[in-house]
Design a protein around this ligand. Structure first.
Ligand SMILES: Cc1cc2nc3c(=O)[nH]c(=O)nc-3n(C[C@H](O)[C@H](O)[C@H](O)COP(=O)(O)OP(=O)(O)OC[C@H]3O[C@@H](n4cnc5c(N)ncnc54)[C@H](O)[C@@H]3O)c2cc1C
Length: 378
């Protein structure tokens, strides 16, 4: 059972998100995100909810924050992804930022004045993030010069600043990786890459060609950037899990509605046992996904180390989103493959979920290590 405050929070989010749903078709077609909705999303509790009150956030519980992400996923993958990345950057700043960095980056982000992105992935460093090669060379005076290229970076072309992982000591492997706050004015080049899912966010290559970053923009400790980033990514996995549950819920609502209103052979599709099986399968997976992510959120709220459970949630919920969106397309028939159909959008958006923030295979290997005590990676 959810308490009254949480129910009110979720209802406010759902009402607002249902209200902006008419914006989705044009935004998807034009591949533009309606930035004007960001301040209201923050006001409701997206992004701000995950940040302590002392840092300008709302200090919501993990359960409350993830329930909001489920609502985002139910409404629109592009909102879920945008909120997820902004939350990740905000958590990094709250976790490791100096007071000066919090004033310059975190507070404007939480006020909706500055948009942010987060960059680990490179052309030759995906799942193996520690293999990244973007170089941060220390200059006399303490500033750093960044050279290298990042890939698939969400919203980098819209953002005002990003958290970039680069190595100060290529020979040191993970122990050389450091996080930098890089502002648009520092100079970097973004190239949007057209992509299948979450069409209203951008997915960018980011190139640093001698970008000079002041010493004061090192986030956290030099050489500790990878563990810092992985802490935030682990927390982000639960947000993805909840968002995926929202996709499954939306698939259920769309499929059930269509099954009741579309007639073939003189009766509603809902009257056919095989169509019922598709809808029941969606409902069962959505229900199970909700239990898995909420259980992990409750563990985190109780102060329990739930890294394996967060990985289980990411693995289970992202695969469930794919299975349920596929079944929803099946219930719609050809209509479910036409642009503008909700099942078509859910199908595309679900396809993303098993890849970023650790692929399904990476989650399995992390869970395997936690269960068996043996790493299958190194
Ligand atoms: C829409 C979208 C948005 C993204 N946004 C961001 C972002 O904002 N910031 C960012 O830094 N990155 C972002 N990414 C990148 C994402 O984090 C990477 O795609 C992901 O980490 C996987 O890396 P890769 O694509 O290079 O796949 P690879 O690592 O090349 O893997 C390819 C396949 O091999 C499998 N595989 C790899 N190694 C192993 C192994 N040891 N054992 C078993 N299987 C293995 C993988 O599971 C996968 O199936 C985004 C990606 C997408 C699609």
């Amino acid at each position: 059972m959810l308490d009254e405050e949480t129910v009110t929070l979720v209802q406010r989010a759902r009402t607002y998100l249902d209200g902006i749903a008419p914006l989705i078709p044009a935004a998807e077609r034009d591949r533009t995100f309606p930035m004007e909705i960001v301040p209201e999303l923050l006001d409701i509790g997206f992004v701000r909810g995950a940040i302590p009150v002392s840092d300008g956030g709302l200090g919501l519980s993990h359960l409350q924050s993830t329930l909001l992400m489920e609502e985002a996923g139910r409404c629109w993958g592009s909102i879920r992804t945008t909120a997820n990345i902004l939350t990740l950057v905000a958590e990094l700043l709250a976790d490791a930022g100096t007071e000066e960095q919090k004033d310059r980056f975190l507070r404007p982000l939480l006020a909706g004045e500055r948009l942010a992105w987060f960059a680990i992935t490179e052309p030759d460093a995906g799942s193996d993030a520690a293999a990244l090669s973007t170089r941060a060379e220390r200059l006399p005076g303490g500033a750093y010069r960044l050279t290298g290229r990042k890939s698939y970076i969400t919203n980098a072309s819209h953002g005002d600043f990003g958290v970039v992982l680069a190595t100060v000591a290529p020979d040191f492997g993970a122990r050389g990786v450091t996080a930098f706050l890089v502002e648009r004015e520092d100079g970097y080049r973004t190239t949007d890459r057209p992509h299948l899912p979450v069409r209203a966010v951008t997915c960018c290559d980011v190139e640093f060609d001698g970008t000079v970053v002041p010493a004061g923009n090192v986030l956290g400790t030099v050489g500790r950037g990878l563990s810092l980033a992985m802490r935030a990514v682990n927390a982000g996995r639960l947000n993805v899990s909840a968002g995926c549950t929202g996709i499954a819920q939306a698939a259920l609502e769309a499929a059930a509605d269509h099954a009741k209103t579309r007639h073939q052979f003189g009766r509603p599709l809902a009257g056919f046992q095989l169509v019922q099986q598709l809808v029941v399968d969606i409902a069962t997976r959505a229900h199970a996904a909700r239990q898995v992510y909420q259980s992990a959120a409750r563990m985190l709220d109780a102060g329990i180390d739930a890294r394996a459970e967060c990985s289980m949630a990411k693995y289970f919920c992202s695969e469930a989103a794919n299975a349920t969106a596929t079944s929803a397309v099946q219930v719609f028939g050809a209509a479910g493959l036409m642009e503008g159909n909700v099942a078509e959008r859910l199908f595309r958006d679900a396809r993303e979920a098993t890849i970023p923030e650790g692929t399904s295979q990476m989650q399995i290997l992390q869970i395997g290590k936690a269960l068996l005590g043996v790493s299958a990676l190194r």
